[in-house]
Write a protein that binds this ligand. Structure first.
Ligand SMILES: [Zn+2]
Length: 344
């Protein structure tokens, strides 16, 4: 029972815009989970709509009402960019946040040891009052505040989506009880996440941004987990580890070029799981963010699930990245000094 992995699927079929990369086709292969050799270790949780007080702990009621109103008039765009709504989007956003809550609940109550909320629309670009980057409600932020309300006071969020989670950072950058660490490809959307954004006020030092060059690849993530994330996590001593899981950092993703492989995601997942076992009784919950190739997405989700199941990844269908990896030694060293892991 304890080694089960809880998961929920919120595919939001009617939150859809033809030609947009964040569309329901992303979820067309989710049955691969139940068909996989891991199926006996997976516990599917039926999502509920997120309770309003849990949502408004992050987003003011005025924002939630404005989102409902905008969606009711849909289809349309919210941000002069590419964050769309349809008439189904308000309900979809509440269900995605609800799926996030249900999975953390299952882990906290001991029904499962770890979890993965497979939900859309994603969340990490949305601040308290501003939707952006295909995101409507900030699912992982809602989950973080929810677990704090249940007594898990020190929450570590690691965001490995290829894009910086500017919304999550904005929500928590003044809050010392939440450590936010992000790896992202620098210079692409949304343009934030420099190494010098380290939190502010009482939260000074509780934001760790790790901007990476294109083609950083698997070795970069091995170095980052060993030399940055692990020592910073040990110093922080989290009660639970929450992960913004974006698979748009895969080398074959159409939106970016950070060049992780499926094997690299599996290794990253293993490192994070070992960290969670050492620091917080293995409590680790993933929340889907990006990942825009409908086939590759499920290879990479499974790569994480294999790490949570402590089983070997059977085959990396896509193989290694096709280009040489960029060195990030100087970035790691600069961040070690900036965050006090290594003296000047
Ligand atoms: Zn992304």
């Amino acid at each position: 029972m304890k080694n089960l992995i809880a998961y929920t699927v919120v595919s939001s079929p009617e939150h859809n815009l033809a030609g947009h990369p964040e569309n329901p086709r992303r979820f067309q292969h989710f049955s691969r989970l139940a068909d996989s050799p891991l199926s006996e270790k997976l516990l599917r949780i039926e999502p509920q709509v997120a309770p309003m007080p849990v949502v408004t702990a992050i987003h003011p009621q005025s924002y939630v009402s404005a989102l409902e109103q905008a969606a009711s008039q849909g289809p349309g765009f919210l941000d002069h960019g590419d964050t769309y709504v349809t008439t189904a989007s308000y309900q979809a956003a509440l269900e995605a946040a609800g799926g996030a809550i249900e999975v953390v609940q299952a882990v906290i109550e001991g029904q499962a040891r770890s979890g993965f909320a497979l939900i859309r629309p994603p969340g990490h670009h949305t601040s308290a009052t501003r939707p952006s980057g295909f995101c409507l409600l900030n699912n992982i932020a809602i989950a973080a505040r929810y677990v704090q309300s249940l007594g898990y006071k020190r929450v570590m969020i690691f965001d490995f989506d290829v894009h910086h989670g500017n919304g999550t950072q904005d929500l928590f950058e003044k809050d010392p009880s939440i450590l936010y660490i992000s790896t992202h490809q620098y210079g692409i959307y949304p343009g934030t996440g420099s190494i010098h954004e380290t939190g502010s006020g009482e939260g000074s030092g509780s934001v760790v941004n790790i901007p990476l060059p294109a083609r950083a690849g698997d070795q970069a993530f091995n170095a980052i987990t060993d030399q940055l994330i692990e020592p910073i996590a040990k110093r922080f001593q989290p009660d639970i580890l929450l992960i913004s899981a974006g698979f748009d950092a895969h080398w074959n993703d159409p939106l970016a070029s950070l060049q992780l492989s499926t094997t690299g995601y599996n290794q990253l997942g293993t490192s994070l799981f070992l960290m969670a076992e050492e620091l917080c009784e293995g409590k680790i919950v993933y929340f889907l963010e990006g990942g825009y190739d409908p086939d590759d997405l499920w290879d990479n989700v499974l790569a994480i699930l294999y790490s949570l199941a402590k089983e070997s990844l059977p085959v990396d269908r896509l193989g290694s990245a096709p280009f040489p990896e960029e060195s990030i030694d100087h970035i790691v060293e600069t961040l070690q000094i900036l965050h006090g892991i290594k003296p000047l």
